[in-house]
Design a protein around this ligand. Sequence first.
Ligand code: MBD
Ligand code: FE
Length: 284
Amino acid sequence: MTTTEESPTASGSGSNATANFQATRTYRAGQRTADPERVSAVVSAVLDGINRAVLDHEVTYDEFQAVKQWLIEVGEGGEWPLFLDVFVEHSVEEVAARSQDGTKGSILGPYYLPGQARLDTPASLPQRPDERGTPLVFSGRVEGTDGAPLPGAELDIWQADEQGYYSGFAPHLPDGNLRGVVVTDDHGCFEIHTIEPAPYQIPTDGPTGKMIEAAGWHPWRPAHLHLLVSAPGHRTITTQLYFRGGQWIDSDVARATKPELILDPSDTGDGTRSVEYHFVLEQG
Ligand code: MBD
Ligand code: FE
């Protein structure tokens, strides 16, 4: 099996995402026992959808066997977190968003790693000495839905580098690169110095990428910053921010963009770009 030790490619990242999911499961919700009626309702709907597709498209035995083989490969390649976060999480997030106020959310994705360095504002995300990419100064404020600033709020931020790789999921990157937990100042303000990320390509050499290619789709997500924004007494927001004019904004393979989440950085004149964003957290 390919690992990220041997190769920084997508199947490497995908299997790494499975290991990460299992290692960090306790950070995630969803351990409680489900109501049998709900299990029956949801599982029936999923199976109905699959059977409907088989009948409507007259799926053959050859195709059925190919699907079984592919499902086995997704598991063996460790790509279930990748596949599910790309193709399904956007609907789970849409449901969650129905009861959420304040800043719009987006999907978490497979590459969050808890426990990063805590940094006071103004903060520079950990970078290699020769980190490539356009410098970006990302600043703003965190406030409640009542407009009150939230000092001591945390922005847990992670992003791809200028080649589209995430630290922890590519062996050539140092641990913690372009990740950090930035704490707001007495006025709820933050300032983060980083670089603009590149678009992200689903690894083309793994089963998820092969399915995308077989269907003739593209494997790209637009460039984005990931954030978990939290403050005591407030509901944590999981979101992503994109860049105006960025490639794939209107055709994100993970369908995770929203118009409210698009940044429009301006040139500062010295090759740096700068942009502000205000986060609004719901009480409770
Ligand atoms: C990513 O970088 C990402 O954000 C998601 C949601 C899925 C795959 C890779
Ligand atoms: Fe991402």
